[in-house]
Write a protein that binds this ligand. Structure first.
Ligand code: ADP
Length: 612
C-alpha cells in the first residue's frame, strides 16, 4: 500500500498587533536575503538588546505564513485555505483582539470550520486563566497555551513539531482510508465469490435436474417405442409361420399397421415437443373463422364418439368473432387433442365443445375460449397439474386400454402458450372434466364470411384416385421404391425409377432431350453417389424447372427449408402418407381416367432398381 505523507507547513497567525505579526513573519518565514537575523527579530519582539550569538541553523526551516489582524479575517483565511484544499496545520491566535472576537471566540469558530486545526493560544495578560481557557475550549491535543513573552526558537520549534504532528496524523488518516477501502474491496470480492458460488451451485443443480429429466424422458421414450415395436416384430414372426389362416393374416397385418401408426404418431409428438421447446415449430398465422374450425374438429371426431355410443355436441355462443388472426393449424391440433381425450376417457354420456369469446388482457385482442366438457372418469385434484407433464398418465391401465402415451396435453399446453394462451382443467372424479383453452387473437375488420373460411382442412379433400403423368421416383431403398411406386401406379401415374441423384439428373436431362420430359420428380434427399440436395441444385442450375417433391425422413422445420433452398418445390416427410402424397402429386399432375387398379402382386420392379 502506498503511504501518503502530506507536507503541510502552512501557518495562520491571528493577532491585532501589526508588529507581532511581522515578528511571526520573521521567525517562521524569514526571507533568505533579509538583513535581520532571528535574533534581531527576537529583540524587536521582546524589546531586548541584540544578542551576540550567530543565527541558528534552523533559520532555513521555512513555513508558509498567512496573517490576519482579527478573528473574522482569520476565519475567512482558514475557510479559503480549506476550499483550496490547502488547510492550515497550525494557528497562532492572540487572546485579546479588540474590537472583534477575542481569541477564545475565534478559536471556537475556527474549529467549527476545521476540526483538525491545531491552535496555539498566545496570552500575555491575565484575560483568562489557563483553567478558564481549558474550560471554554475543552482539553484537547489540538490546543497549546503559550505564554508571552515567548522565545522565537520556542515558536519555531512549536510550529515545526505541530506541523509534523499534523502531517503524521493526516498520513495516518489516509493510510486508514486506504486500509478501509482495501477491506471494503475484499469484503465485496468475498461477497461476489459467494454469489458466484451460489450461482454455480444453482446451475449444477439445474443441470443435474435437466439430466434427470432427460434420462427419464429417454427411458419413457424407449419404453413407448418398444411396446409397438414388440407388437410389429412379434406379429411379423407369426405371419411368417407356415400355414397361417388368411383371416389370421389379415388380423396380424391390421395389428402391425396400427402399431406402425402408433409409432409414427409417437415420433410426431416427440418432434412437436422438441420443436416447441427449441422455438422451431412452424407457425401458420392467418385469418380464419374460429367457429368453422371448431365445428370442423367436432366433425372429425364424430366417428370416434359414435363408435363409443357418445353424444358429441358443438355449441357456439353469440358474439364470437367471425374472423380472427391466429394459427389455425395449432388451434386445430389443440382442440383435436382435447376432444380426443374427452372421448377416450368417457364411457357414457356426452362430450361437448363450447366456443365463446371475451375481452382479452392483451390490448387490441379478443380471447377465444374453447371448453371441452365430458361426462367421463374425471381426474383427481392431485393429478390435475401433473397431467400436463411429459409422458404423464393418471392411470396406466386405463390409458393402455385407451391408447396414447401421455404427450397430448404437454404438447397442447405448450402450443397454447406459444399462441399466447393457456389451458386449464376443472374436474370431478366420476363425473367428468372440463378443459378450457384460452387463446388471445386479433380480430380483423369485418368482411363477408364467404371468402373467409378456415384454410381448407386437408382431411376434407378426397384422396385422388386417378392421376395422369410421367413421374421420376428417385429413391435408393428398394422397399420404399416398391411402396411409393405402387401407390402412384395405382392411380394411373407412369413411374420411372432412379437409384441416386446422379442417375436422376441423367434421366431428367435425357427425357427432356427426347421430348418426353417428366412432369414431376419425387426426390429422396439422402442417397449414395449424389444426394437429393445436390441433384436438385444441379437440375435448377441447368435451368430445368420440373417440380421436385422432396421425400425425407428428416422432419424438423429446418429440414424443410434446406430442401426448398436446394431447389425443391415441395416437401413431404417419411413414412409417406398415401393420401398426402397423392394430394401433393395432384397439384402437379392432371386428373386421369379412372385407372385400372392392379393387384399389389402385379407390381413389377424396374430393371434399374437394386436387388432387395
Ligand atoms: P394421453 O391421452 O396420451 O395419455 P395426455 O397428455 O393427452 O396423454 O393426457 C394425460 C393424461 O391425462 C391421460 O393419460 C389421462 O390420465 C388424463 N386425462 C386427459 N384428458 C382427460 C379427460 N378428459 N378425462 C380424464 N382424464 C384425462
Amino acid at each position: 500500500m502506498e503511504s501518503i505523507r502530506p507536507q503541510n507547513r502552512r501557518i495562520l497567525v491571528i493577532d491585532d498587533n501589526e508588529s507581532i505579526r511581522a515578528d511571526f513573519q520573521k521567525i517562521l518565514a524569514p526571507v533568505a536575503q533579509a538583513a535581520e537575523s532571528l535574533d534581531s527579530a527576537r529583540n524587536a519582539f521582546l524589546g531586548e538588546p541584540e544578542p551576540t550569538q550567530a543565527p541558528s541553523a534552523a533559520t532555513n526551516l521555512n513555513f508558509e505564513l498567512s496573517c490576519a489582524s482579527q478573528g473574522q479575517e482569520g476565519l475567512q483565511l482558514a475557510r479559503q485555505a480549506l476550499e483550496q484544499d490547502e488547510p492550515f496545520g497550525v494557528a497562532f491566535v492572540d487572546v485579546r483582539m479588540p474590537p472583534g472576537w477575542d481569541g477564545i471566540e475565534t478559536i471556537k469558530h475556527l474549529w467549527k470550520e476545521d476540526a483538525r486545526l491545531q491552535v496555539v493560544i498566545c496570552t500575555a495578560y491575565a484575560d483568562y486563566s489557563f483553567d478558564e481557557i481549558i474550560e471554554e475550549l475543552g482539553s484537547s491535543d489540538r490546543l497549546l497555551i503559550l505564554k508571552k513573552p515567548f522565545e522565537p526558537v520556542e515558536v519555531r520549534q512549536l510550529a515545526g513539531a505541530l506541523c509534523e504532528k499534523w502531517n503524521v496524523a493526516r498520513g495516518e488518516e489516509s493510510r486508514q482510508a486506504l486500509l478501509l477501502e482495501a477491506e471494503r474491496e475484499t469484503r465485496e470480492y468475498a461477497l461476489s465469490l459467494a454469489e458466484s458460488n451460489a450461482a454455480l451451485e444453482e446451475a449444477r443443480q439445474r443441470a443435474e435436474a435437466a439430466s434427470q429429466v432427460k434420462s427419464q424422458f429417454l427411458a419413457n421414450m424407449s419404453h413407448e417405442v418398444r411396446t409397438p415395436m414388440n407388437a410389429i416384430l412379434g406379429y411379423l414372426d407369426l405371419l411368417f409361420q407356415p400355414g397361417v389362416a388368411p383371416s389370421k393374416q389379415l388380423e396380424y397385418t391390421a395389428i402391425i399397421k396400427s402399431s406402425g401408426t402408433h409409432l409414427l404418431s409417437l415420433v410426431n409428438d416427440i418432434l412437436d415437443i422438441s420443436r416447441v421447446e427449441s422455438c422451431q415449430l412452424p407457425t401458420h398465422y392467418g385469418e380464419f373463422s374460429p367457429a368453422l374450425l371448431a365445428q370442423e374438429v367436432v366433425e372429425l371426431a364424430r366417428n370416434d364418439a359414435v363408435n363409443k355410443g357418445l353424444e358429441l355436441k358443438f355449441e357456439c355462443r353469440e358474439g364470437v368473432p367471425t374472423m380472427v388472426q391466429s394459427d389455425p393449424v395449432r388451434m386445430r391440433q389443440i382442440l383435436l387433442n382435447l376432444i380426443g381425450n374427452a372421448i377416450k376417457f368417457t364411457e357414457q354420456g356426452e362430450v361437448r365443445l363450447l366456443f365463446e369469446s371475451g375481452p382479452s388482457e392483451q390490448e387490441g385482442m379478443t380471447d377465444l375460449i374453447f371448453s371441452v366438457l365430458d361426462s367421463g372418469i374425471g381426474i383427481l385434484p392431485e393429478d390435475q397439474k401433473r397431467i400436463f407433464d411429459l409422458f404423464t398418465q393418471v392411470d396406466e391401465s386405463s390409458t393402455r386400454a385407451s391408447g396414447g402415451v401421455g404427450l397430448g396435453l404437454s404438447i397442447s399446453s405448450r402450443l397454447a402458450q406459444m399462441l399466447g394462451g393457456a389451458i386449464e382443467v376443472e374436474s370431478t372424479p366420476g363425473q367428468g372434466s372440463t378443459f378450457r383453452v384460452n387463446i388471445p387473437a386479433l380480430v380483423p375488420e369485418k368482411r363477408s364470411l364467404s371468402t373467409e373460411l378456415a384454410p381448407k382442412p386437408e382431411p376434407s379433400s378426397p384422396t385422388p384416385t386417378a392421376l395422369r403423368g410421367r413421374v421420376l421416383l428417385v429413391e435408393d431403398v428398394p422397399v420404399n421404391q416398391i411402396l411409393i411406386a405402387t401407390i402412384l401406379r395405382k392411380t394411373g401415374i407412369e413411374v420411372e425409377l432412379a437409384e441416386n441423384g446422379k442417375l436422376a439428373c441423367d434421366k431428367v436431362e435425357t427425357a427432356i432431350a427426347d421430348g418426353n420430359p417428366f412432369e414431376l420428380v419425387l426426390m429422396d434427399m439422402q442417397m449414395p453417389v449424389m444426394d437429393g440436395y445436390e441433384a436438385s441444385k444441379h437440375l435448377r442450375t441447368q435451368g430445368i424447372d420440373v417440380p421436385i417433391l422432396a421425400l425425407t425422413a428428416h422432419a424438423m422445420a429446418t429440414d424443410r427449408e434446406k430442401c426448398l433452398e436446394a431447389g425443391c418445390t415441395e416437401y413431404l416427410t417419411k413414412p409417406v402418407d398415401r393420401r398426402e402424397l397423392l394430394l401433393l402429386c395432384a397439384r402437379f399432375l392432371d386428373e386421369g381416367p379412372q385407372a385400372p387398379l392392379p393387384a399389389d402382386g402385379e407390381f413389377k420392379r424396374e430393371p434399374s432398381s437394386k436387388p432387395n
